[in-house]
Unconditional design. Structure first.
Length: 367
């Protein structure tokens, strides 16, 4: 449990834990960055009273994500739960999470956003920020796509999920770090109601929202699978520039329009191929380069045929403005090019995303 100036909350939490987990063996690790002397004092008192309480005071480092990672390092159990110390995460869900892991799930995530769950504990502006963050995360990273509450600060994992994985969260959202880098195959979501804070205040800030964006960016860049589609789009844009520049030069050299157009398109196809081969699919190269190039050209030619077809159909009889029609055509062929190249041109078996997320969408009885 990460704590920062939580006053009396940890004590109440310990009472709740003992009430809900009377027969379990557990340790509670507080990784505390408090600046407030009373909060620190109360935590130390807890450690005196309860032998299962451990307190790690940090003075040099601060931050929720790194506090959780520190807790992982110190922990000794086979199962690790992360939760806030301010009672906004109801302790009653813990037994359900433990049953889920015992039933074979690797990760259990209490979710505010499946039937039966609610996020009543957030103010309206925070709900909006949270909504945007969640959707950005799910759009940006494939591994978050089917998780309804990826920005949750409440979850439980088997140790094997994070064992040997280097976790380097940028800000708060340690769960997206684990979902992006961890080794797991089954996740269970359990609905819960996020409670309002009774004591103290939230430490969420604008700085943390910025950190979240940096965090997403870093996770995309660190994964060949996640960054592929962005690199592809970038390479495509560079191809447009190459095409236009060369076209301009050739026209100035008095070349015929048709020849200049075809030549610059072909050269752009070549630079696109080289860049995609060296960047976008650098981990998926197999066999001889000229065979990949041939496949790339064939794919692109079909792509051009498609975009031209879409353009003609849409712009026929001026039903749609021809510029929009052309954009629609380009979009269709880009999707085509990406997928065919991904599964045909660069098809070397690579470590694909190995998860089957099978969220049980309601609180299904596991036993
Ligand atoms: N060690 C440490 N260092 N702990 C921190 C720090 C820090 O810099 N900042 C916050 N914490 C602790 C708080 O003491 C609390 O126990 C927990 O992290 C969550 O902080 P809050 O400030 O209460 O966050 P929140 O309620 O606005 O949002 C939380 O719940 C959401 C729903 O699960 C966070 O966990 C969000 O990430 C989460 O989406
Ligand atoms: Mn809170």
């Amino acid at each position: 449990m990460p704590t920062y100036n939580e006053l009396d909350n940890p004590k109440r939490l310990i009472n709740e834990l003992m009430r809900h987990l009377p027969d379990e063996t557990f340790e509670v690790i507080f990784v505390d960055d408090s600046s407030d002397a009373r909060s620190i004092e109360w935590l130390c008192a807890l450690r005196e009273t309860y032998p299962f309480v451990r307190v790690e005071h940090r003075t040099r480092e601060r931050g929720l994500g790194s506090a959780v990672v520190r807790g992982f390092e110190l922990s000794r159990g086979d199962v690790i739960a992360v939760m806030d110390a301010d009672l906004q995460h109801p302790v009653g869900v813990l037994p359900e999470m433990m049953r889920a892991l015992a039933a074979g799930y690797d990760v259990a995530i209490p979710s505010r956003f499946i039937p039966g769950g609610s996020d009543g504990g957030l103010s309206l502006p925070r709900k909006l920020v949270s909504f945007t963050a969640r959707w950005m995360g799910r759009l940006a990273l494939k591994r978050l796509r089917n998780v309804s509450d990826p920005t949750s600060g409440y979850f439980m994992v088997k140790r094997a999920v994070i064992d040997g994985v280097s976790l380097r969260p940028v800000g708060w959202k340690i769960l997206i770090e684990i979902l992006a880098r961890g080794s797991y195959s089954r996740i269970l979501e359990i609905p819960y109601a996020f409670e309002a804070r009774a004591l103290g205040e939230s430490k969420m800030s604008l700085q943390e929202q910025w950190n979240y964006l940096r965090h997403l960016g870093r996770l995309i860049l660190d994964s060949p699978e996640e960054r592929r589609v962005y690199l592809f789009a970038l390479v495509g844009t560079s191809g447009v520039l190459v095409n236009e520049l060369l076209y301009d030069v050739l026209i100035h050299l008095q070349m015929a329009l048709w020849t200049a157009g075809a030549l610059s398109a072909f050269v752009a196809m070549g630079t696109n191929f080289v860049l995609n081969d060296r960047l976008t699919w650098v981990d998926a190269r197999a066999g001889q380069a000229h065979r990949r190039f041939l496949k790339y050209v064939i794919t692109s030619l079909f792509g051009i045929a498609q975009s031209t077809a879409v353009l003609s159909v849409l712009a026929y009889g001026e039903r749609v403005n021809s510029l929009y029609a052309n954009i629609a055509g380009i979009a269709v062929s880009m999707v085509w090019n990406f997928y065919i190249n991904n599964f045909w041109t660069w098809k070397k078996k690579r470590r694909v995303v190995d998860i089957v997320i099978s969220p049980v969408r309601t609180g299904t009885k596991l036993h």
